[in-house]
Design a protein around this ligand. Structure first.
Ligand SMILES: [Zn+2]
Length: 243
């Protein structure tokens, strides 16, 4: 009895950890080949909910940078975090897409247009911060406040709060709170959308953490857990008035 339970659990865990392989195994004897396909074939979503991840900046637009050499550029930290976030969400069974997969320039308008045509459940833009004061530090999450779409504003704010709290729990970083932000990607999108500023490249202490991939993984895991908490509470529960 117990043995059987453990066996099923082990099978479940195995399929979680290698979902793309498991997904194709029954249909394709040549599963090995299919495993090598790039991220174009995400894990089969267990829900109709999915997440568009927007790594800020790219190409000629590098965002901000650290003050001392080697000069870390924001665009690379955003992309690294985005891929980690994608991995976390896939493990949880969510479908994801990225607005950019490599170091290319995409305009803010293009990013919003992509989201509005593909209609993800939520849109998450990943950034890191800078300030004239080298003392500034911590994490802040923005949503766009619109009087024209009160429901979307409320949903975005809720998402922002849950994501911020989970990032703080993972990283122990200083909280700068949830704020209204007039940024194109969260203003022009039509689904719940947030923009995360995961820390300051201009703060020497915080930059020391951000250059460690293990720290970026904590940021990404926090974002994923916050997104999951939001979707579980607001989208997947029967009481939520889905529209
Ligand atoms: Zn940025």
């Amino acid at each position: 009895m117990y043995n059987k339970t453990f066996y099923i659990l082990a099978l479940l865990l195995f399929s979680l950890n290698s979902c793309s392989a498991a997904r194709h195994h029954h249909h394709h004897p040549v599963a090995k080949q299919r495993e090598r396909l790039p991220e174009k074939e995400p894990c089969k979503p267990t829900k109709k909910t999915w997440v568009m991840i927007d790594p800020g900046h790219g190409g000629e637009d590098f965002g901000t940078h650290s003050l001392k050499p080697p000069r870390y550029q924001e665009k690379y930290l955003n992309l690294s975090t985005a891929y980690m976030l994608k991995g976390c969400l896939q493990q949880m069974g969510y479908k994801t897409t990225l607005t950019r997969h490599n170091d290319t320039f995409i305009s803010l308008g293009q990013r919003a247009a992509l989201a509005n045509s593909e209609k993800p459940t939520v849109f998450v833009s990943v950034h890191y911060n800078s300030a004239p004061s080298t003392q500034a530090e911590g994490v802040e999450v923005f949503f766009y406040r619109s009087n024209k779409n009160i429901e979307r504003t409320a949903q975005s704010k809720k998402l922002a709060e849950l994501v911020l709290n989970k990032i703080l729990a993972k990283t122990q970083a200083k909280s700068r709170g949830v704020k209204h932000g007039d940024f194109a990607v969260i203003r022009e999108t039509t689904m719940p959308a947030i923009l995360i500023e995961g820390g300051f490249l201009t703060n020497e202490n915080e930059m020391g953490k951000l250059r460690d991939p293990a720290y970026l993984k904590k940021v990404a895991t926090g974002i994923a857990e916050g997104v999951h908490q939001y979707i579980a509470a607001e989208i997947d529960t029967p009481v939520a008035k889905k529209k």
